[in-house]
Design a protein around this ligand. Structure first.
Ligand code: PEP
Ligand code: MG
Length: 547
């Protein structure tokens, strides 16, 4: 038995087989070849295999996401047969006496650059498609293509690290647990794992990754952050017992369904859920959340290979609002950049992406993207109780610009006789120290605040949330962060706004009493934590002196 330790980000135990996740963007080396004819045949075979795989993916997507969304895979098949693309690869092999992988990579770079330089937004977005199909061919050439888990058996996915887009692409029904060698517990991948209600460990280390192989038996203990590979019978027995005790505990929490979120002395609070996709609504309803406190709309963009259209977004938002049947749904506008990269946005590489061109900064400099999203949101607003929330706010002038754009969008809809609700609530995330410090002014301009403790902690403590090496310096209960939240709550209430917390700290039940005493009105957590937080609220007595 081998034991490795990382950091558990979702407490549960999983027992099963390991599947090592392979990245498809491995570095391609230039290799000299003599026999260019056989190299061209290698390319032809890899291309045909790619076309076949895309056919299978198209069929799967057709069933899961419908024809409109599946169509991209048909387009990818056509691109693989494009004459210019194929001529370029064969010419490079022939004239430079190089390996097929290299010829494909160079062609991908050239074509992607050509597309990126075009004025037309649709053509610009094709750059990401060329890279995608080329990576698939290279994967087939090197034998590194991630075939996924073709059997029906659920597996423990182990990876160096997983980008949010890779996590989204995994077949959730086949994942028992995640273990990554790197990564940090506040990363979006960790958040996704929590949302999916599966045990997850990050930072298990390079040695772990170098020793494991597909099919190894393993046990993942998401409570302690331990992974046991080829466990002995005593460990297996102990952890099977732990697993069943945990399941019993979670079952007991189910008895809190339908009960109020009220403290012993009668103070009520809203407990809402955070989601990243329409697919998570089942979990929201199952766990009896009172509403949705954060819909990370950027996942619509991450799941797509091109800018989601107004119609696609409208359909998604309408579905969420309708499913929640009049309960409050807070949808956050696009928050990409930093660790959430979307190829077709063609964002430049930055020295400090967390401090860079992200979220509202993209929306305010590319208003056509922002307005498309706002139109879809306002149109959907007639189907339920909608709140729109803006991320990464740092100043009054930013918020003034945002509110002006909202008014513009509403005026356009009105002029076109398109219906929208007049009672949409507008709010901002308090996730920069600047926003908390000027919360007195910002509260006068909005209906609500929602504190993003993940970013607020990173910016206040100057600790990159993506960097696992500094986790020891991240004190999530740091008095500076708590003071900024307290200040924001006071200022929100002074001006008649309400305030919630939607960062991961909202689910930290050792702070539930502190948040209640600050006057926090709403806590929004991963669906799987709703009942745990309800339990904590119901066991709190605010009439007693603070401990
Ligand atoms: C946060 O920063 O706390 C937050 C909720 O937003 P995200 O984690 O998506 O950045
Ligand atoms: Mg944030």
């Amino acid at each position: 038995m081998d034991k490795y330790t990382g950091k558990g980000v979702y407490g549960a135990v999983a027992i099963g087989k390991i599947s090592v996740f392979k990245k498809q963007d491995a570095e391609v080396k230039r290799v000299h070849v003599e026999d260019t004819e056989s190299e061209k045949r290698r390319y032809e075979d890899a291309k045909n295999a790619s076309i076949e795989q895309l056919g299978e993916i198209y069929e799967k997507a057709l069933k899961e996401v419908g024809e409109a969304n599946a169509a991209i895979f048909e387009i990818h098949q056509m691109m693989l047969d494009d004459e210019d693309y194929n001529d370029s690869i064969n010419n490079i092999i022939e004239t430079q006496n190089v390996n097929a992988e290299y010829a494909v990579a160079v062609t991908a770079d050239n074509f992607a650059e050509m597309f990126s330089n075009m004025d037309d937004a649709y053509m610009k977005a094709r750059a990401a498609d060329v890279r995608d199909i080329s990576n698939r061919i290279i994967g087939n050439l090197t034998g590194d293509i991630s075939k996924g888990n073709s059997s029906d058996e659920k597996v423990i996915i182990c990876a160096s690290d997983l980008a949010p887009s890779e996590t989204v692409a995994l077949d959730k029904d086949k994942v028992l647990a995640f273990v990554t060698a790197h990564g940090s517990s506040n990363s979006h991948t960790a958040i996704l794992a929590r949302n999916m209600n599966i045990p997850a460990i990050i930072g298990a280390g390079d040695e772990f990754l170098s020793k494991i192989k597909d099919g190894d038996e393993a046990i993942v203990d998401g409570f302690t952050g331990e992974i046991f590979v080829s466990p002995d019978s005593e460990t297996r027995e102990r952890l099977m017992k732990k697993q069943s005790e945990d399941e019993d505990k979670k079952r007991l929490l189910q008895e809190l369904k339908g009960k109020e979120n009220v403290t012993i002395d009668g103070r009520k609070i809203n407990i809402y859920a955070n989601i990243g996709s329409v697919d998570n609504i089942g979990a929201v309803l199952l766990n009896d959340a009172g509403g949705i406190g954060l819909f990370r709309s950027e996942f619509l963009y991450l799941e797509s290979s091109d800018y989601p259209t107004e119609e696609q977004q409208f359909t998604a938002y309408k579905k969420v609002l309708e499913s929640m049947a009049g309960k409050k749904v807070i949808i956050r506008t696009l928050d990409i950049g930093a660790d959430k990269q979307v190829d077709y946005f063609n964002l430049k590489k930055e020295e400090n992406p967390a401090l860079g061109y992200r979220a509202i900064r993209i929306c305010l400099t590319r208003p056509e993207i922002f307005k498309t999203q706002l139109r879809a949101l306002y149109r959907a607003s007639v189907y339920g109780h909608l709140g729109i929330m803006f991320p990464m706010i740092t100043s009054v002038s930013e918020l003034e610009k945002i509110l002006a754009i909202c008014n513009e969008v509403k005026a356009e809809l009105k002029a076109q006789s398109v219906e929208y609700s007049e009672s949409v609530e507008l709010g901002i995330m308090i996730e920069t120290p600047a926003a908390a410090i000027i919360s007195d002014k910002l509260a006068q301009m909005v209906d609500f605040f929602s504190v993003g403790t993940n970013d607020l902690t990173q910016y206040t403590l100057a600790c990159d949330r993506q960097n696992p090496d500094i986790e020891q310096f991240v004190d999530t209960h740091h008095e500076a962060v708590l003071e900024l939240i307290r200040m924001s709550a006071e200022n929100a209430h002074k001006h008649g706004a309400w305030i919630g917390i939607c960062g991961e700290l909202a689910a930290d039940t050792t702070l539930t009493e502190t948040f209640l005493r600050m006057g926090i009105d709403e806590l929004s957590v991963s669906p799987t934590f709703v009942l745990k937080v309800r339990d904590a609220v119901r066991n709190t007595d605010l009439s007693k002196n603070e401990q």
